[in-house]
Ligand binder design. Structure first.
Ligand SMILES: Nc1ncnc2c1ncn2[C@@H]1O[C@H](COP(=O)(O)OP(=O)(O)O)[C@@H](O)[C@H]1O
Ligand SMILES: [Mg+2]
Length: 265
């Protein structure tokens, strides 16, 4: 037996309390059904400014629905979701502004095929944030530089690899100056050799203090970048803990079973 680590022996409350700022995204008693399926059950989750939360769990456990609810791509039936203290707007201009505040990167990159990489990144800032073209292009080039694809700016999405397209999708979200970034399995559709180039960009973002909610099965990323891991199963949050503690000492059978399956791969 090895000595228990500090993390393992620390009181649980204390080890979870690594938040860096004020609450930014707060879900309280959120409920959502799809017909008879109770897909989000009593969800309580607070993500603080600058915090990186990794959400993991089996397929069908409600992770994507949770992300989509935070961006109001899905409505909820009861409970509340607030961003920076404000409830999610119902519709209209307010909703468009919320969507701009909450960046979202999906498994599929969803770039506009008939627009260049640069145009893909400047579109939102010009249309929604009402930036001038020159300013939007300058900022877009900085962001493309940051994600390592500035030299591809005049190309079209199909001319780029999947990893490059996903990095453009991240730059496109960042161009809106979001308060929080949601990532829903951003590397699941990528060939293995491209996964790290996307995770590296995400890790750098986390280090810079971006508030992030990341659904991923990339446990290396979770260990490296997450302040907290949230484990979902059947629409519920079953565990929340700092990564080291969660991975070495999962509390529920569900989490043990899930980790056993993914960590042996
Ligand atoms: N639009 C929808 N209509 C009906 N059922 C849905 C819909 N979207 C998701 N579901 C179901 O809700 C459950 C949770 O889905 P999802 O949030 O995508 O899970 P995860 O991302 O964890 O795999 C699954 O059983 C899924 O089939
Ligand atoms: Mg999903």
């Amino acid at each position: 037996m090895t000595e228990p680590s500090d993390a393992a022996s620390a009181p649980r409350e204390q080890s979870i309390n690594v938040a860096r700022g004020e609450p930014l995204v707060v879900l309280q008693d959120v409920q959502k059904h799809f017909g008879p399926l109770h897909v989000l059950k009593d969800i309580d989750l607070t993500v603080h400014h600058g915090e990186v939360v990794v959400v993991i769990g089996p397929s069908g456990s409600g992770k994507s629905t949770l992300c989509r609810a935070i961006n109001r791509l899905e409505t909820i039936e009861s409970g509340s979701i607030t961003i920076d203290g404000k409830p999610l707007p119902e519709e209209g201009q307010e909703l468009a502004r919320l969507r701009a505040d909450v960046g979202m990167v999906f498994q599929s990159f969803n770039l506009f095929a008939h627009k260049t990489i640069l145009e893909n990144v400047t579109l939102g800032p010009i249309k929604v944030r009402k930036q001038g073209k020159a300013a939007a292009e300058k900022r877009a080039m900085e962001l493309l530089e940051r994600v390592g694809v500035a030299h591809q700016a005049s190309k079209y999405p199909a001319q780029l690899s999947g990893g490059q397209q996903q990095r453009v999708a991240i730059a496109r979200s960042l161009a809106m100056e979001p308060k929080v970034m949601l990532f829903d399995e951003p590397t699941s559709a990528l060939d293995p050799e491209m996964i790290n180039e996307v995770l590296d960009v995400m890790t750098a973002l986390a280090k810079e203090g971006m508030t992030m909610i990341v659904v991923t099965h990339e446990m290396g990323f979770a260990r490296r970048a997450a302040d907290r891991v949230v484990f979902m199963s059947d629409g519920q949050i079953l565990e929340e803990n700092v990564p080291e503690e969660f991975f070495t000492n999962p509390q529920t059978d569900r989490a043990k079973d899930f980790l056993g399956k993914i960590l042996t791969h």
